[in-house]
Design a protein around this ligand. Structure first.
Ligand code: ZN
Length: 978
């Protein structure tokens, strides 16, 4: 008996409608809200900006650091490169007498015309030291007389780039205007109220940050000043009223069977699942009502309709039609499917009629369901009035938007002494299989995981067999991630955006996994870092240990504990709040991407040890699903929503111009009272970035020449083991993992704090006692890359050694970090750090490709830094995508006319997870079948089809993979069992 499945989703015409709508709305808003007219400059595609959120990573001047009535002039020039006119004609002043009318209280900036002493036709003039792509501000001080504001942007030659008018200018500073010039040529803007006596007035000047130091490749960088956290909120998401659906198809004639005896058909219930759902309390969790688990928008979902048979003649009727009605935003969608009617519910079989759908709304939306069995009355029933379920009304679930994740995979070059196994992490899990599985198991939308394999290999020579060495790897990955973000901010004005870093080790050397939960902060990973084996699976239905451990460790990063159950799958974690008596997933799981059913008798929660060890199947329980659903609430840990208060463990711009990256180790006084703590590598960087830890009794102090404290940043850490809950006694010594419950030897921390000019030393303190102190020498180090020095084209399979010379006039020992950009200097990743030798060997194939790739070497003398960049273009070959077909599986047979769901994905070294448009499906019999990660079809003709998924990266490089399936009748037996 084959399952009849209908999927409705992603059909061209509906998708188009959604696309047009989502494009149309912002345009509509543009026209209606501003009433502005572009008056000049048809030659550039200049655009008006309507909100600060239209400016990527903007720099902000809010004028509130000055007193009232101060001439602004060059005040912001040293820090921001912005100058306000201060001439015999006019000057800009701060004005703080009407704080309620400011965009940010108290001050705004007003134009104070001097000659001819009227603002009539005297604009406010703002100049920038460096050309900008974006400039904008809030306008005010108009009146009720339709004051016209005219914003004009000029280039270096003094030519007008473009102009925008805004009518009327409001009195309070409530409306925003700005200009985007794609050529990035804005050097001056003027703001003019024309021939009125009103003073031009603005507040909160936003503009684009300087992008890196790439153009001149000067070895002497200048800092990128970013003064304050800017709470930019994206545009309000608009609902796309689309549940793309498959058109109704008539039942194949052979299926219709009209019995000559009476039966009664009804519906046991409808289960709405995205992976796990509570359903049928008689068998699952008795305390969890049907369909009570939360569901996410834009995630593949399945309605499993369980058809009920009452008959004295038979126990099952196969291939019974059912029609499902789905109501969203007032629109009703219908889908027809078939299932087998049975006397009792059995979620473990394919008897249910399964309807695949995707609530493709970007906002939260309630969706209602009901179903009618035998809707066209092809069966003669003893009772025709009980075919609707529920009998009246609907089942309604609120589909909610969840967060997305960016995960960076860091491969290890693993070669401890005496190790003879595989040295380079690689394979199916590393190349995207694990990320695919993780996305399917979590309550997040399709495509929510953006997974990127990072360039290079992390050189690792420490044996990972002990917990301490695993902590050391976590600490290193965390420290490097923080350093990479700090330098990324300095170099490019952006953060990497990675939510997680996952360290992949070859399975020969490390078959387990480890994570650092924020509640046990000793390893320094702080909810970011997981590490684990690269043990491969074959597909997402058989993901293998590498993918299971990947998911397990990354869920730990959200402070989710082990199951701590007394079955052989538990761990000895006394802090666990896992509520069930065993580590089973408790309810039937179902994967809407592949149709796989997970039986709770043989499936364990991914936070238990059974699937992590690979001995049993892993999936997600209702408890873990609920927990992750709330952890992935959009914006929950987004600093932009928390106002100006510096949040914890989030990268953000700081109020200072320069920063200090701190690494420190605190030793447990129980073990090492003589050596309480040490400062590690410190990096004084340009660019104001911050990343704070929770505050506690430890502190980093910046001290002046006389030992005075210029700045103090407290922080918290402790030595608590994640296995301390049972006081050293495993629940089941025979089966529990042998991890030490003892407090850890040390705790490692990394963070970024503001730098203060005049700092002569940096100290690590505890309750006022100094543990360690590093002095800051007077001169920064210098570095000069000596090779490569010419234009080079690196070939596949080659390796190359970078060499450089370091110099420090203070005689300090130097360490080096190596950074890599494959996009002409726009973004940078760190390949290595804390190198002591002046050279580093890279493997071409490990690098994301590019036609003008660059390396930077940063020298550190322990605090001060200096850098150099390769001088000539180096080319590295572009990688082809890694592509996976998740469904259908090889060799599967489908009935003609039944739904075949094509599921696949692709990752790419250069592009990360590829978009839907990059995935093209075809059949050797019927040609093109559609594009996207998911395509549902019922039109495949009888015969053997070779189904191909071809993925194309942004440079046109393609990879294809195939499966063969049979469309045919050979297994079809239309029977009514007597
Ligand atoms: Zn674990």
């Amino acid at each position: 008996m084959s399952t009849q499945r209908i999927k409705f989703r992603a059909f061209g015409f509906i998708l188009m409608a959604g696309l047009v709508l989502s494009l149309a709305l912002p345009v509509l808003a543009f026209i209606l809200s501003s009433g502005s007219v572009q008056t000049a400059s048809a030659q550039t595609a200049c655009q008006e900006l309507l909100a600060p959120g239209d400016i990527p990573s903007p720099v902000l001047i809010n004028f509130d650091d000055l007193a009232n009535a101060v001439v602004i002039g060059d005040h912001y020039r040293p820090s921001f490169g912005v100058k306000f006119e201060n001439s015999g004609i006019t000057q800009a002043l701060t004005y703080g007498n009407e704080p309620a009318n400011a965009a940010s209280a108290p001050n705004v900036a007003i134009n104070n015309a001097i000659f001819p002493n009227t603002s009539s036709n005297v604009p406010m003039v703002i100049d920038f030291d460096e050309p900008k792509t974006h400039v904008g501000f809030y306008m005010g001080n108009g009146d009720n007389q339709q004051t016209v504001g005219l914003l004009t942007a000029f280039d270096a030659a003094g030519k007008i780039i473009c102009q925008f008018r805004h009518v009327p200018v409001p009195d309070a500073h409530t409306e925003f205007i700005g200009i985007y010039d794609p050529s990035g040529s804005i050097l001056r803007v003027t703001w003019d109220y024309g021939s009125t006596a009103l003073s031009e007035s603005i507040d909160d000047l936003y503009f684009s940050p300087r992008r890196g130091i790439a153009p001149t490749r000067t070895p002497e960088p200048t800092w990128t000043p970013i003064p304050s956290a800017v709470p930019t909120q994206g545009p309000t998401p608009t609902s796309t009223p689309v549940i793309p659906m498959m058109p109704y198809y008539p039942a194949p004639k052979a299926i219709i069977k009209l019995p000559n005896f009476s039966i009664d058909l009804a519906i046991h219930g409808i289960e709405i699942t995205q992976g796990i759902q509570c359903f049928d309390t008689s068998k699952g969790l008795s305390t969890c009502p049907d369909n009570s688990l939360p569901v996410a928008t834009q995630k593949d979902s399945t309605a499993r309709v369980y058809l009920k048979l009452s008959s004295v003649w038979s126990s099952k009727v196969n291939t019974v039609p059912v029609r499902l009605y789905i109501i969203a935003n007032g629109v009703t969608y219908t889908a027809n499917a078939y299932g087998n009617a049975t006397k009792t519910i059995d979620q473990g079989t394919t008897d249910s009629a399964d309807i695949y759908f995707n609530v493709n709304f970007t906002n939260n939306v309630p969706v209602s369901f009901y179903a009618v069995v035998d809707p066209d009355n092809i069966f003669t029933e003893s009772n025709e009035s009980n075919n609707r379920y529920p009998a009246s009304g609907t089942i309604t679930l609120n589909f909610q938007k969840r967060d997305t994740l960016k995960i960076v995979g860091q491969r290890l070059y693993y070669h401890p002494s005496g190790y003879s196994g595989n040295q380079y992490a690689q394979g199916w899990a590393v190349n995207g299989g694990a990320a695919d599985w993780f996305e399917q198991v979590l309550p997040i939308r399709n495509g929510a995981v953006n997974y990127v394999v990072k360039s290079g290999y992390l050189n690792w020579t420490e044996n990972l067999s002990s917990g301490d060495s695993q902590h050391d790897l976590i600490k290193t990955l965390n420290a490097y991630w923080i350093l990479e973000n700090a330098f990324s901010w300095w170099f490019s004005g952006t953060f990497t955006g990675a939510d997680h870093v996952y360290g992949w080790a070859p399975n020969d050397g490390y078959s387990g996994g480890h994570a650092d939960m924020p509640v046990y902060p000793h390893a320094g990973g702080l909810g970011v870092v997981g590490i684990g084996t690269d043990r491969p699976g074959t597909n997402t239905d058989t993901p293998g240990g590498g993918a299971l451990i990947f998911g397990h460790e990354l869920v730990h990063d959200y402070d989710v504990f082990h199951t701590d159950t007394s079955d052989a799958c538990g761990s000895n974690d006394g802090n666990s709040d896992f509520p069930y008596g065993n580590s089973s997933i408790q309810e039937f799981g179902f994967n809407p991407y592949t149709g796989k059913i997970y039986n709770p008798a043989t499936t364990h929660d991914l936070m238990s040890y059974c699937p992590a060890n690979g001995s049993k199947q892993g999936w997600i329980s209702p408890f873990t699903w609920n927990k992750m659903f709330s952890k992935l609430t959009p914006g929950l840990i987004n600093y932009q929503l928390s106002g100006r208060t510096p949040p914890l463990m989030t990268f953000m711009p700081s109020v200072t111009e320069e920063s200090l990256v701190v690494n420190a180790t605190i030793f447990n006084p129980l073990y090492q009272p003589a050596q309480p703590g040490l400062l590690g590598e410190l990096y004084h960087i340009e660019g104001g970035a911050a990343y704070y830890l929770p505050q506690g009794d430890y502190a980093i102090e910046l001290r002046g020449g006389k030992g005075e404290v210029l700045y103090s940043q407290p922080f918290y850490t402790d030595f608590k083991s994640e296995y301390d809950g049972h006081s050293g006694t495993p629940t089941n010594p025979a089966t529990d993992p042998p991890f030490s419950p003892d407090p850890t030897l040390q705790a490692d921390v990394s963070f970024i704090i503001p730098w203060v000019d005049g700092t002569a030393s940096v100290a690590l303190t505890y309750l006022g006692e100094t543990f360690d102190e590093h002095s800051v020498s007077s001169n920064p180090p210098q570095v000069l890359i000596t090779s490569p020095s010419a234009v080079e084209s690196w070939q596949r399979g080659s390796q190359h050694t970078l060499t450089w010379q370091g110099l420090d006039v203070d005689g300090d020992p130097l360490t080096y970090s190596v950074f890599y950009s494959n996009d002409n200097g726009l973004s940078w990743v760190m390949l290595a750090s804390e190198l002591t030798n002046p050279n580093y060997t890279v493997q071409t194939d490990s690098l994301a490709g590019g036609s003008d790739v660059r390396f930077r070497v940063v020298a550190s003398d322990g605090v001060n830094t200096g850098l150099d960049e390769t001088d000539q273009a180096i080319s590295v070959p572009n990688h082809a995508p890694e592509v996976t077909i998740m469904n259908p599986v090889e060799g599967k047979t489908y009935l003609p006319g039944s739904a075949v769901i094509l599921q696949g994905s692709a990752t790419d070294m250069e592009d990360g997870t590829l978009p839907e448009s990059a995935l093209a499906w075809s059949s050797n019999v019927q040609g093109g079948l559609g594009t996207g990660t998911s395509v549902a079809l019922n039109v495949l003709t009888p015969g053997v089809h070779t189904i191909t998924l071809k993925a194309t990266d942004s440079l046109g490089k393609t990879t294809s993979t195939t499966v063969s399936i049979l469309i045919g009748y050979d297994i079809y037996l239309p029977l009514v069992i007597r």
